[in-house]
Design a protein around this ligand. Structure first.
Ligand SMILES: C[S@@+](CC[C@H](N)C(=O)[O-])C[C@H]1O[C@@H](n2cnc3c(N)ncnc32)[C@H](O)[C@@H]1O
Length: 269
């Protein structure tokens, strides 16, 4: 594990951090009245320059050796309840799931523990709309969260792919650790699907720029009368994104948001 640099800032800087440090691999937390931001040594100077450019005062900078960022991030994550499911990053369980089904999804290599707003949005729209016995395609599956939740919510089959080759491996591990069958995951792009493939629901939790160009291809994979669920776009660009959906031949039916993040559910006529 390489050394990390920790910057100390005033807690009031937190709302501006995401924009100031976008594209850098950072983590942060507020404890004991101080905001700590960790970044790799290689990116520390760039992070400092960006913080200063954003007008955020750096109160302290020190090097921390051998920090396990993944474990630290995992420790900060909380279980998330969606519909009849609880996504829990901790083993043993960190909370009583009550009458809900618990899915164990530790924060490991691939994105998708349910702690991010866009994953929760996609889950909410997906879990409430997946038809019992239906088929689901999870585009950009990350840790497999959406496909596994779809199966747990009653889908007969849920498959997913991701251009990140670690994602299908993480997804398979998560399927096994939760005893969920009826899933398949692979590394690849949209072109890896056969042109005749059709699904009851296609779900993609991906940024506007990533999913936008894929929309016509995704719409073609939805059976007539089926659904496309997206999340990961920005509320601020809602109109633009709705036009893209309509341009791909889809009819937006439901919108949802969490913070700055937009989720959509559309029907293929
Ligand atoms: C925000 S993560 C979502 C992961 C997971 N589906 C979830 O909701 O937690 C987006 C994922 O999409 C993948 N991705 C981005 N562009 C892609 C593309 N063109 N084809 C396949 N996967 C893509 C990324 O590698 C990443 O794993």
């Amino acid at each position: 594990m390489p050394d990390a640099v920790r910057f100390t800032l005033a807690p009031s800087s937190e709302p501006a951090l995401e924009e100031a440090l976008s594209e850098l691999f950072v983590s942060w937390s507020i404890r004991a009245g101080a905001l700590s931001v960790w970044v790799s040594e290689e990116e520390a100077d760039e992070a400092a320059a960006r913080l200063e450019a954003a007008g955020l005062e750096i109160l302290g900078r020190d090097v921390e050796a051998e920090r396990d960022w993944v474990a630290e991030a995992a420790a900060l994550q909380r279980p998330v309840a969606v519909g009849g499911l609880v996504l829990d990053p901790h083993d043993p369980a960190s909370a009583d799931p009550g009458g809900r089904r618990r899915l164990l999804l530790p924060a490991e290599r691939a994105f998708g523990t349910g702690s991010h707003e866009s994953t929760r949005l996609a889950l909410r729209l997906l879990v409430s709309s997946v038809p019992a016995g239906g088929s689901v395609l999870d585009v950009g599956c990350g840790a497999g969260t959406l496909a596994l939740a779809a199966r747990a919510a009653g889908a007969r089959r849920a498959v997913g792919f991701d251009l990140d080759l670690e994602a299908p491996l993480a997804s398979r591990v998560n399927a096994r650790r939760n005893g969920i069958d009826g899933c398949a995951f692979w590394g690849g792009l949209l072109e890896s699907l056969s042109p005749g493939a059709r699904f009851d629901v296609v779900v993609a939790n991906m940024l506007h720029e990533e999913v936008g160009p894929l929309l016509p291809g995704l719409a073609a994979l939805v059976r007539p009368g089926g659904l496309l669920v997206t999340a990961g776009q920005l509320v601020a660009r809602e109109d633009e994104f709705l036009r893209l959906l309509e341009g791909a031949g889809l009819r937006p039916r439901r919108l949802a948001s969490e913070g700055e993040w937009l989720g959509t559910l559309s029907v293929r006529p």
